[in-house]
Design a protein around this ligand. Structure first.
Ligand SMILES: C[S@@+](CC[C@H](N)C(=O)[O-])C[C@H]1O[C@@H](n2cnc3c(N)ncnc32)[C@H](O)[C@@H]1O
Length: 293
């Protein structure tokens, strides 16, 4: 892989907007230490005051994973965060199809490129679709198509992905890559507001017929997308929400801007919602996988 720029805004703890790979700038590392130490002093990780063991972990994080918990609260299980070096290692273990790499690199120079999911997230989405044997899928928030293409590539020939996006310019890029990857016949692009598209699918009699949905648009609409998608997916179907950790802000009681509060409330509501089983996964900026009961 050539030198590639990835948007890492989705990391829950690191605050860098962009990092150059694979020749990562070592100048970024001290910023990571100080950010971590600062948040640690403020108890921003939710584990109370910093232990000396934790401070040692912070100092050692150039090479070691950053241990965020290893006490009896969690049965002494060592929970780690991700350092830049460890993330490089994770990315080096992602099997990114060539066409997705091309799309990611073309998108990197475009406005909003930090919005696309990371390669490890896309790989997880594709894996979920495959494990689930999904045929009918929905994506809310296509942008230039990175996550939708990852899904379409693993759908069977009979599969269909309804791809909802309101920005025609980014859709042009997405369509170019669906063509390039020979998956255009599997993608039903719906240009317009996603909630309108989802409502029209329900009116079309498609309730309870979808296997998989991925939501990555307009965070304040998550509760509405959730209700509409719960109608559209079958029992056992999956709905995956991106950005549920919102740069780590959801866990910081001092951050109360509208988007953070709406995602925090959404997470709390999902936690209590008996209609779904859930798993919050700390990948990218955090994804919650919901399975309809
Ligand atoms: C985070 S980006 C999606 C990134 C994409 N999943 C990827 O991996 O490349 C969010 C996209 O949702 C679109 N969007 C935002 N609100 C929308 C709405 N109400 N209806 C449809 N699309 C919307 C934006 O135009 C933007 O392209």
């Amino acid at each position: 892989m050539g030198s590639t720029t990835l948007g890492l805004h989705r990391w829950p703890i690191l605050a860098y907007q962009r990092v150059t790979l694979p020749q990562r700038s070592t100048q970024l590392l001290p910023k990571f230490y100080s950010l971590s130490s600062e948040r640690c002093r403020r108890g921003g990780f939710g584990f109370g005051a910093c232990s000396s063991k934790l401070e040692k972990s912070i100092r050692g994080c150039a090479t070691n994973a950053f241990v965020v918990a290893d006490d009896e609260t969690y049965g002494n299980k060592q929970i780690i965060s991700i350092t830049p070096r460890l993330y490089d290692y994770i990315l080096a273990n992602v099997r990114e199809p060539e066409v997705l790499r091309q799309l990611r690199e073309e998108t990197a120079s475009m406005r909003g490129s930090q919005m696309q999911v990371s390669p490890d997230q896309a790989q997880l989405l594709a894996m979920l679709v495959q494990i689930h044997g999904a045929e009918k899928c929905i994506e809310v928030g296509v942008y230039t198509g990175y996550s939708s293409l990852a899904i379409a590539l693993v759908l069977p020939e009979s599969g269909r992905l309804v791809a909802c996006e309101r920005d025609s310019r980014s859709l042009e890029v997405a369509k170019k890559y669906y063509d390039r990857a020979n998956v255009s016949h599997k993608v039903d692009v719906k240009y317009g507001l996603a909630a309108d598209t989802l409502r029209s699918l329900i009116l079309n009699g498609e309730a309870c017929s979808y296997d998989f949905a991925f939501v990555d648009a307009d965070k304040r609409m998550y509760p509405e997308y959730f209700e509409l998608l719960l109608q559209l997916v079958r029992i056992g179907g999956l709905i995956v929400f991106d950005n549920v950790l919102w740069h780590g802000k959801v866990a910081d009681p001092e951050v109360n801007d509208a988007k953070t509060v709406s995602i925090r409330n959404f997470n709390a509501d999902i936690m209590e919602d008996e209609r779904v089983s859930i798993s919050m996964v700390p990948i990218g900026d955090g994804m919650t996988i919901c399975r309809k009961r």
